[in-house]
Design a protein around this ligand. Structure first.
Ligand code: DC
Length: 237
């Protein structure tokens, strides 16, 4: 009987971290990469938004203390796929566009700077890592959540382009009262807060690859990132 020949595949599912400033297209890129590679996609910013929304709904202050501890233990966050889209569920319900509201945009940076909020979210984010491949976008994914990620992309784009994208997103969410100047000011304020907080601030990982997508369309940025992912051995699980 002839010897059985086994082929071992050296390719693997990767963890891909996509970090960068507010509204620079991180989520779109991470989502597109996940769907092209058959990976799971997690929007870590949506998790901080969900905590912020919960605190607002329950009229709780953005401060450390017993109330926050209780809230964090009462919050269950899941991601489910609906019609091909990854949707966040907060305690089984879909907050949807409420996560993009004006109040949430105003509060999310102070809330996400709270130590216990970060500890709780990072623990959950790490639990999403599977053998099946993952793309996650945020601020500290390559530096703190997954420092061992096989591919880290740091995204930037010009402020006026980011503000225009954000304004379009807000209009879609029914938030018609924002002006372009207000949006730009909110982005700048959040970037400053996110970059200057004590714990796991927004920072480019030393081993990240830079992407300025100001002059790229969605397909072009995906093609660029896919090439990188494939060069690092990404395959469909
Ligand atoms: O990506 P986004 O704009 O939806 O994120 C909302 C806020 O959440 C952002 O201003 C800072 C915070 N955030 C964070 O602190 N760490 C992450 N990994 C992702 C988001």
């Amino acid at each position: 009987m002839g010897a059985k020949v086994r082929y071992y595949c050296r390719v693997k599912a990767l963890t891909i971290a996509v970090d960068g400033y507010a509204s620079c297209g991180k989520s779109t890129l991470a989502k597109d990469l996940a769907s092209a590679l058959g990976y799971q996609y997690i929007d870590s910013g949506a998790m901080y938004r969900a905590v912020t929304w919960y605190l607002l709904q329950h009229r709780l202050e953005a401060e450390e203390g017993e109330n926050l501890q209780r809230a964090l233990s009462d919050i269950a966050i899941d991601f489910v796929t609906q019609s091909g889209e990854t949707v966040l569920l907060l305690n089984g319900k879909e907050p949807g566009l409420a996560l993009r509201s004006k109040e949430v945009n105003r509060m999310v940076s102070p809330v996400s700077a709270l130590h216990s909020v970060r500890i709780a979210m990072v623990e959950r984010q790490r639990a999403f890592a599977t053998r099946a491949g993952l793309t996650m976008d945020g601020r500290d994914i390559g530096t703190y959540v997954f420092p061992e990620a096989e591919l880290k992309i740091f995204v930037q784009s010009r402020p006026e382009i980011r503000a225009a994208r954000r304004l379009a997103e807000l209009r879609k969410a029914g938030e018609l009262q924002w002006t372009l100047e207000e949006v730009l000011a909110n982005l700048r304020e959040r970037d400053t807060m996110d970059s200057n907080r004590d714990f796991a601030p927004l920072r480019r990982a030393d081993d990240a690859v830079d992407l300025d997508n100001s002059d790229l369309n969605r397909e072009e940025q995906l093609a660029w990132a896919l090439e990188l992912a494939l060069a690092r051995g990404a395959v469909r699980p």
